[in-house]
Write a protein that binds this ligand. Structure first.
Ligand SMILES: *Cc1c(COP(=O)(O)O)cnc(C)c1O
Length: 523
């Protein structure tokens, strides 16, 4: 495997300075003999053996003394870094083993409510990997990347058409960044009219990013209560709207999976106070191609391209959160935006909108995520997009009805693409909590639903099967959830409390893991 020269492989002298941790036994186990598959995957440090390597570079022909001159001595480390030394074979095996312990949308049903963990067609990855797209540098002059500009301009046109808006920025890297962008646009619009309202209204069922973005944008978040239907309490909203309110952030369908049927009255109440209506597009999957936020009265719309269209997400990225706006907000959009060159048909250039709030992301956003969304939209076409929404809703409604009688539905209106069940009855009779159910469901081969969100539902399980699952898969998920409840009634919750028993690790201290980060291997 090792061929070619041996540039800068640590020499014996350097190796002797590599901390002893690479050769020292760890946890009572000799580093050179990790017990694979017995008690978890060893770290690369434990797999390390001095002098072993999985790379080979050509000789550069640059003599060592010249290299030393090229890099000033003060920038050279005294010793080689204590990196693990492993062969390519061991490295690939290590990461392959780790990857097979994870669960992903490629493994199966992932009904994690609000996150829209649908299967992402491989076609979109193939398009994003095309050299004409992937090999461009964002600093290339406009005339060399006309295809990219045309594609981004067309994507903007489609997103505006889908949302019923006039113009968009493709820069934001995720929904949360889209929220901040939208709120900064809201602020710029009010300021351009000599106003400085200080509050933004958000429903009590809102996603956590909403109040966080409101605070980041310098506004005070004011909560609007939900009524007994699980919808915005219209009377309460009318009481809260005032001159000091910049806008209302809403997702429709909302976070309990219900369509805000009073949306026209909500929009009228907000607009009457000269405030703006912001659409959190994370739930667009339920209505894409069927109804448009712009037609409901929304002024600012963010989309989560990774949720509604096609980019595998989770684990923190990468995503894309374009923000589309009505005509009156277009001059404030972040830039530059791709626009046609006047008098030169089919040619584009980057243009800064007149009163732009400035850049919100380096270059042009996560461009290859944009390419995936474009491929996905073209592959589905105008007839395919509403089909996505209808199938997503059908799958959720089927699953919800199968669970009726066993699980509670605190807000029992007709659900859209997701629904929120409560396992309170099960907790009362068996002590089994939503968390236990979720862990037990892992043993049945499914990713758990979202738990304990939204906060207004006790023992919440937020289930979003998505449109990509077959009727057989949705039925299997229903049967698993019913069987777990029946089992708990029988064994008093013993199995659920012990779950998961089929995974490499069992229950972990999740709060502890998040709050006391230990990201460095210390032996
Ligand atoms: C996912 C989500 C967000 C945040 O979007 P990211 O792309 O994860 O930043 C905001 N609101 C709702 C309702 C969501 O589900």
């Amino acid at each position: 495997m090792v061929s070619g020269g041996h540039p800068r492989a640590p020499g014996a002298a350097e190796r002797s300075q590599v901390p002893e941790l690479l050769s020292r036994p760890s946890g009572g186990r000799a580093a050179s003999m990790p017990l694979l598959g017995r008690d978890g995957e060893p770290t690369l440090f434990e797999l390390s053996s001095p002098g072993r390597r999985g790379w080979s570079f050509r000789e550069t022909g640059v003599p060592e003394w010249a290299a030393d001159e090229l890099v000033p001595a003060e920038h050279l480390a005294a010793a080689a870094p204590a990196l693990p030394e492993v062969s390519e074979r061991d490295l690939v095996a290590h990461f392959s083993r780790l990857s097979s312990r994870n669960y992903s949308v490629d493994h199966g049903c992932y009904p994690l409510g609000s996150c829209t963990m649908k299967y992402n067609p491989k076609l979109c990855d193939a398009v994003a990997a095309m050299p004409g797209l992937a090999s461009c540098h964002p600093a290339q002059p406009d005339q060399q990347v006309q295809g990219w500009l045309a594609m981004l301009a067309d994507l903007e046109r489609i997103l505006c058409e889908v949302t019923g808006t006039a113009a968009a920025t493709l820069q934001p890297a995720a929904g949360a960044q889209g929220e901040l962008t939208g709120l900064l646009l809201m602020r710029a619009w009010h300021e351009s009219r000599g106003r400085r309202p200080t509050k933004v209204l958000i429903p009590d069922s809102a996603h956590g990013t909403n109040p966080a973005s409101v605070t980041m944008a310098g506004y005070e978040a004011v909560e609007v209560p939900s009524d007994s239907r699980g919808l915005v309490d219209l009377d309460a909203l009318r009481r809260l709207v005032s001159d000091d309110v910049a806008g209302l952030m809403l997702t429709n369908p909302n976070t309990v999976g219900l369509f805000e049927v009073d949306i026209e009255a909500i929009a009228a109440a907000v607009h009457a106070a000269d405030a703006l209506l912001y659409y959190d597009g994370a739930n667009l999957n339920a209505i894409v191609g069927v109804v448009r936020p712009g037609d409901m009265g929304f002024d600012i719309v963010h989309l989560n391209l990774h949720k509604t269209f096609a980019t595998p997400h989770g684990g923190g990225g990468p995503g894309a959160g374009p923000v589309a706006v009505s005509e009156r907000l277009a001059p404030f959009l972040p830039g530059p935006v791709p626009r046609p060159v006047p008098g030169e048909e089919g040619r584009y250039r980057w243009v800064m909108p007149e009163q732009s709030i400035g850049r919100i992301h380096g270059w042009h956003g996560n461009a290859l995520v944009l390419a995936r969304a474009y491929a996905y939209i073209l592959a589905h076409g105008a007839e395919g997009l509403p089909e996505i929404a209808r199938t997503a809703v059908l799958n959720a409604r089927y699953l919800k009805e199968r669970l009726r009688g066993t699980y509670d539905f605190p807000y029992d209106g007709p659900c859209m693409h997701e629904f929120v069940a409560s396992s309170t009855p099960l907790k009362k009779t068996t002590g089994v909590r939503a968390l236990d159910l979720a862990k037990r469901l892992i043993e049945e081969g499914f990713h758990p639903p979202t738990m304990y969100f939204p906060l207004i539902v006790d023992e919440a399980l937020m289930v979003e099967p998505t449109e990509t699952e077959s009727p057989q898969t949705v039925e299997a998920l229903a049967q698993a959830l019913l069987a777990i409840a029946a089992e708990a009634a029988e064994d008093g919750g013993a199995a659920a409390a012990a779950a998961p028993r089929t995974t490499p690790v069992g229950r972990i201290d999740e709060a502890g893991a998040a709050r006391k980060l230990r990201l460095t291997w210390t032996g």
